[in-house]
Design a protein around this ligand. Structure first.
Ligand code: GDP
Length: 330
């Protein structure tokens, strides 16, 4: 039994690739696990895997969905995802939670989130990517997106689970960024910073149902006014502010309608491709930085050398400039 065979979960890399390309969800799952692995032999296999599946077709559409916990993200994704599979789309849902480690991630996975969607043969749901750093989580998620696309999923939803750090991270890997809000919470209460609202391509007020409908309509007007004051976005896109009820499934189709408008507008004005190009280049430079850091910190003596200089700097016996120069002296 060769190591390739063992490390891909008892299947040969070529079979894994063939299974993935045929759209098999179990193989897709195995492939994502492989690219998330930190083992150096797995990294070699992952590189080969990514290399072989990479045929950039720009056919898929990547949507980021954010909002504070409790706003209704998973309920919305379930309704939205089901609506999309009903019109013939294949939908993958990945989540990003920088604060999670493997254990917490699996608790989330165990929770019966998106129960119906997870049973849908045209849907694939994967709980949070793990990673020891924000950059690591982002990198793993980006590769998972590529794998989902290779497996034929045409709408990829990236849900942010953590609040605060994950929004920028997700914004940099999606074509469209949807912000779910609640009526009546007040922006501060909702923990949504102005910067996050400015990043959004779409603001959707969820739970616009029952006793809450009136307040939701009022909030829509407020947010519409707020959006008008934001600087124009590079996509030349007028950010829609909509209402929906993920539970009653209202406003869900309309949301897709807006997204299709965005798609046709940004594909014809060139923004769609430009944005993907910029994202790929940013990713490339982030990886260079991560590699440099890894390379530097993996030197056997480096920790001790840093510690020594920390003490000298604290007692003002060494300047920061000199300390750094010394560390980089070969
Ligand atoms: P998440 O933490 O953002 O993923 O939020 P969830 O989808 O888990 O929803 C949090 C709670 O809000 C759950 O109890 C849902 O049933 C409820 N909820 C979600 N969407 C709606 C909605 O459109 N209307 C109402 N009334 N409740 C909702």
């Amino acid at each position: 039994m060769d190591s390739t065979f063992r490390r891909t979960g008892n299947i040969h890399l070529q079979d894994l690739i063939d299974g993935l390309l045929s759209g098999n969800r179990a193989f897709l799952s195995k492939a994502i696990t492989l690219v998330e692995s930190k083992r150096s032999d797995d990294k070699k296999l992952s590189a080969e895997l990514i290399d072989q599946i990479l045929k950039p077709t720009n056919k898929s559409f990547r949507i980021g969905i954010t909002g504070v916990p409790g706003v209704g993200k998973s309920t919305f994704i379930e309704a939205f995802g089901k609506m999309l599979t009903a019109i013939g789309k294949k939908v993958a849902v990945l989540s990003v939670d920088p604060s999670s480690n493997r254990t917490k991630g699996s608790i989330l996975g165990d929770k019966t989130r998106m129960d119906e969607l997870s049973k849908d043969p045209n849907a694939f749901i994967r709980p949070s990517a793990s990673g020891s750093s924000l950059g690591g989580v982002a990198h793993n998620t980006r590769e998972a997106i590529l794998l989902c696309e290779a497996a034929g999923f045409d709408v990829i939803i990236i849900e942010t689970v953590g609040v605060g750090q994950s929004e920028t991270l997700v914004k940099d890997m999606v074509d469209y960024f949807l912000l779910l809000m609640l009526a009546g919470g007040g922006d501060e209460l909702q923990g949504i910073k102005r910067g996050i609202m400015e990043m959004a391509d779409h603001i959707l007020i969820n739970k616009a149902d029952r006793d809450n409908l009136k307040a939701a309509k009022r909030a829509r007007e407020d947010y519409k006014n707020a959006v008008h004051l934001f600087p124009p976005n590079e996509a030349a896109w007028e950010v829609p502010v909509g209402l929906c009820s993920a539970i009653e499934k209202t406003g869900v189709k309309e949301t897709w309608g807006e997204i299709e408008k965005f798609l046709s507008q940004t594909k014809s004005n060139g923004w769609f491709d430009e944005n993907r190009k910029r994202q790929a280049l940013k990713w490339f430079h982030e990886r260079i930085q991560a590699r440099l850091e890894d390379h530097f910190y993996s030197k056997p003596e480096i920790k001790q050398e840093i510690k020594k200089r920390e003490e000298l700097i604290s007692s003002q016996k060494l300047s920061v400039r000199k300390a750094v120069d010394e560390l980089f002296k070969d």
